[in-house]
Write a protein that binds this ligand. Sequence first.
Ligand code: NAD
Length: 246
Amino acid sequence: MKVVVAGALGRMGGAVCHAVDAADDLALAGGFDRIRAGEELARVHGLAKPSGKLYDDITDLYDATTPDVVVDFTVYPVTVDVAREAVERRISPVIGATGWTDEDVVSFESMCDEYSVGAALVPNFAIGAVLAMRFSEIAARFFPTAEIVELHHDRKIDAPSGTAKLTARRIAAASGRPEVPIHSVRLRGLVAHQESLFGGDGETLTIRHDSLDRSSFMAGVLLAIRNVRNQTKLTIGLDSYLGDLS
Ligand code: NAD
């Protein structure tokens, strides 16, 4: 399967380039970023296999490489253009960049339906974070109050995080409450952490997940790359790729 990476020079994009390079069943065919167009991706990142070039225009990258999947770790709003242009060409996007609005998601969902193209929008690729979200949904049914604290490194631009917003939506939907408050902490030294706090009579329950390193996201990214083309629509989150979580 031929894969390209958008945001290939970023912290996450670079880690994805290494993960795809190390996977025997995947071929990295090129990357998209703002700078260093024309340079060999393998040389830039010290990859083992030939991996195509860097492009500063997403259309040129798609034309030159005709990939099966684009993994997107740019930033909002360019992530939306990367994904929409992919679907027009029947390339499946695996989108990790956060900051998408509800309107962006709704419009993109109908575009994927129209083209019958599988796409994955995954606010958090860490398996533990996906499980923590599912456990929070279950706990929500049994505790009358719930709040979320999300804590990230001080270079994270968006707040609250995409994971916190999705967790809040799922807790609200599971329990019928209108809203779940989210508290955001941005602090040097942190990576990505989240607590779902539940309160009942005389007891509390805390469901906490910690991503300690970017490598925590790579198993989920590879899982989505390998499965996204089996879909014909947009899936949000990694749950549907993990089997039965009921
Ligand atoms: P980063 O700033 O290190 O990387 C972003 C890259 O995108 C940079 O290389 C930048 O040059 C490139 N870029 C920005 N604008 C561009 C444009 N107009 N054209 C081409 N390239 C452009 O950021 P990061 O820490 O790698 O995070 C990237 C995104 O991934 C953020 O939205 C972050 O919130 C999200 N993220 C998601 C997960 C997840 O599990 N889904 C995990 C970590 C981070």
